[in-house]
Design a protein. Structure first.
Ligand SMILES: Cc1cc2nc3c(=O)[nH]c(=O)nc-3n(C[C@H](O)[C@H](O)[C@H](O)COP(=O)(O)OP(=O)(O)OC[C@H]3O[C@@H](n4cnc5c(N)ncnc54)[C@H](O)[C@@H]3O)c2cc1C
Length: 448
C-alpha cells in the first residue's frame, strides 16, 4: 500500500475506462495525489458488452467497482461524478452538481459515444452498446421480442423476430454473430413453440465489405461465416431512416423490425465539446506526440476521446489496447515532468485487430505485422488479447478465461427482461384495446 504526502502533485483523471484506470493505476505507485472522476461507480469492460446483451455473461462479469480496483491505493480518490465542463487555463473541471476539481495535471479520458450521422430516427429507435445500461436494454428487448412472438405468433408478420444490425465493423459483426448464437441456442431449448428459422438477422453496411480495415481474406471469411450462421449480409446498402416499426434502406426496401442495433460509428464523448478545446475527426481532441493538448503541456487526452497518433504519425484506431497503453504513457510522462525530465512521444505496441464472429469462428490479425489467424486459432488469439486487456484494469482474469473456454455450452443464466422500458413494445393496435378496457377518466381528470 503506497503512502502519499499531502503536498504531492495532484492529477485529476476524468473517466474510469481503460485509459483512465490505466493512467491512475500507473500513478498510484508514486507520490502523486490522484482524483479519478467517473459518472458511474464502476469500470465497464466494453468489448464484452454484447455478451451481456445476449445473456452470455452477467453484468457483474464485465463491470468492476472502481473503488474495488483502487482499494489498495489510498493515493487514488474515486468520486462518482459527471464532469460537465473544463477550464483548460486553470486545469479545473466542473461537475453536474457544481463540484470543482483542479489538478496540477489533468487527464481527459471520457471515451466515446455512438455517431448517428444525422440518420432520421436513429437516436430515438436504435439500441447501442456503450454501457452496461445499453447492454441491459438490448437484452431486455431481445427477450421481449422472443416472449411476444411466443404468445402472439401473428406478430411474426410485423417483423417481431427481425433484428437489424447497422454497421459491419467489429462491433456489428460480433453483435450479429452473438445474436445468431443466442437464437440458435435458446430457441430449441427454451422456446418450444418457436423455431430458429422464424428469426431473421440482417447486418447492413454501406461499404462493400464487412470488417473494413482487416485483410481481403478476412472480409471474405467473415461474410461467409456470418452467412453460415444464417445472417443476411446487405453490403453497399445504407440506412436512410429508422422508424419505430421498421428501417428504410437506401435501395428503398423496408425491413419491419422492433430491434435495430446501431454499430455504425463512434465519436468523442460529449466532454470533448464541453472542454472547449480544438476538435478533429469524430469530434476527438487532437494531441501532441506526448499525448498532451497543443498549448497545454499539463493537460492530457487519452483513449477514445483523443485522435492519437503512433510514433510514425499514423492515426491509431479507437481500441481498448490503444486506450490502456496511452493512459499508462500519460502517467509515465506526468511522472517524468514532475521529476524535471522531458515527456516522451507515445509508442504504441500493436497487439493487432480481431473480431469474434461466433461459435468457433473468429478473425485475428496479430501483432504489428498483422499475422492472420481464423477459426479456433483466431478465437485463442482474441482470448489472449482480451485477457491482457482485462488484467490491465483488474486483478483476476481466471473467471473470464474459464468462461471463454466454456462459452459454447453457456447457461445463459441472465436471460431476463429487467429493463421495463426496453421490454415494452408499442404495437399500436394494443392502444385501441386498452382504450376499450380502460375506465372512463373522472371528470376534470386527464386521461393517461
Ligand atoms: C461494443 C464494443 C466492443 C468493442 N470491442 C473491442 C475489442 O474487442 N477490442 C478492443 O481493443 N476494443 C474494443 N472496443 C473499443 C474499446 O472498448 C474502447 O476503445 C475503449 O473502451 C476506450 O477506452 P477509454 O478509456 O478511452 O473509454 P471508455 O472505456 O469508454 O471509458 C470512458 C469512461 O469515461 C466515463 N465518462 C464519460 N463521460 C464522462 C463525464 N462527462 N464525466 C465523468 N465520467 C465520464 C464513462 O463512464 C467511462 O467509464 C469495443 C467497443 C465497443 C463499444
Amino acid at each position: 500500500v503506497s503512502k502519499v504526502t499531502s503536498t504531492a502533485p495532484s492529477v485529476v483523471v476524468v473517466g474510469g475506462g481503460f485509459a483512465g484506470v490505466g493512467c491512475a493505476k500507473a500513478l498510484a505507485k508514486d507520490d502523486v495525489r490522484v482524483t479519478l472522476l467517473d459518472q458511474h461507480n464502476y469500470h465497464q469492460f466494453q468489448p464484452l458488452l454484447y455478451q451481456v446483451a445476449t445473456a452470455e455473461l452477467a453484468a457483474s462479469d464485465v463491470a468492476r467497482s472502481l473503488r474495488g480496483i483502487f482499494a489498495r491505493s489510498p493515493s487514488v480518490a474515486v468520486k462518482q461524478l459527471r464532469v460537465t465542463s473544463v477550464d483548460p487555463a486553470t486545469r479545473t473541471v466542473t461537475c453536474a452538481g457544481g463540484e470543482t476539481f483542479t489538478g496540477d495535471y489533468l487527464v481527459l479520458a471520457a471515451g466515446s459515444q455512438p455517431r448517428f450521422y444525422g440518420t432520421p430516427g436513429a437516436v430515438e429507435h436504435t439500441f447501442h452498446l456503450y454501457s452496461l445500461l445499453d447492454a441491459r436494454r438490448l437484452r431486455s428487448r431481445l427477450f421481449a421480442i422472443f416472449e411476444e412472438a411466443d404468445v402472439h405468433p401473428a406478430r411474426l408478420e410485423q417483423g417481431v423476430l427481425n433484428i437489424v444490425i447497422v454497421g459491419g465493423g467489429p462491433t456489428g459483426v460480433e453483435t450479429a454473430g452473438a445474436v445468431a448464437d443466442l437464437i440458435t441456442d435458446i430457441m430449441p431449448r427454451r422456446f418450444h413453440d418457436l423455431s430458429v428459422e422464424q428469426a431473421r438477422i440482417y447486418l447492413v453496411d454501406n461499404g462493400p465489405v464487412v470488417l473494413n480495415g482487416f485483410s481481403d481474406k478476412a472480409h471474405v471469411y467473415a461474410k461467409r461465416e456470418l452467412e453460415r450462421f444464417g445472417i443476411t449480409v446487405l453490403l453497399n446498402t445504407g440506412v436512410e431512416e429508422v422508424r419505430p416499426d421498421r428501417v428504410v434502406l437506401s435501395d428503398g426496401t423496408e425491413i419491419l423490425t422492433r430491434t435495430v442495433v446501431w454499430a455504425g460509428g463512434v465519436q468523442a464523448a460529449a466532454l470533448a465539446q464541453a472542454a472547449g478545446l480544438p476538435q478533429g475527426a469524430g469530434g476527438r481532441l487532437g494531441v501532441t506526440p506526448e499525448l498532451t493538448i497543443e498549448g497545454y503541456p499539463r493537460i492530457y487526452a487519452v483513449g477514445d476521446i483523443a485522435n492519437t497518433r503512433d510514433a510514425d504519425g499514423k492515426e491509431l484506431p479507437q481500441l481498448g489496447s490503444v486506450a490502456l497503453q496511452a493512459g499508462r504513457w500519460a502517467a509515465r510522462n506526468i511522472l517524468a515532468d514532475i521529476d524535471g525530465h522531458a515527456p516522451t512521444p507515445f509508442h504504441y505496441k500493436d497487439k493487432g485487430i480481431m473480431a469474434m464472429i461466433g461459435d468457433g469462428a473468429a478473425v485475428a490479425e496479430i501483432g504489428p505485422h498483422h499475422h492472420e489467424l481464423h477459426g479456433r486459432l483466431g478465437f485463442a488469439a482474441w482470448l489472449g488479447v482480451h485477457a491482457w486487456l482485462m488484467s490491465g484494469v483488474r486483478q483476476r482474469v481466471d473467471a473470464f478465461i474459464a468462461w471463454a473456454w466454456d462459452f459454447v455450452g453457456s447457461s445463459r443464466s441472465s436471460s431476463i427482461i429487467d429493463d421495463p422500458d426496453a421490454g415494452q413494445i408499442d404495437w399500436g393496435d394494443e392502444n385501441e384495446e386498452d382504450a376499450l378496457l380502460a375506465e372512463p377518466p373522472a371528470e376534470g381528470q386527464q386521461p393517461a
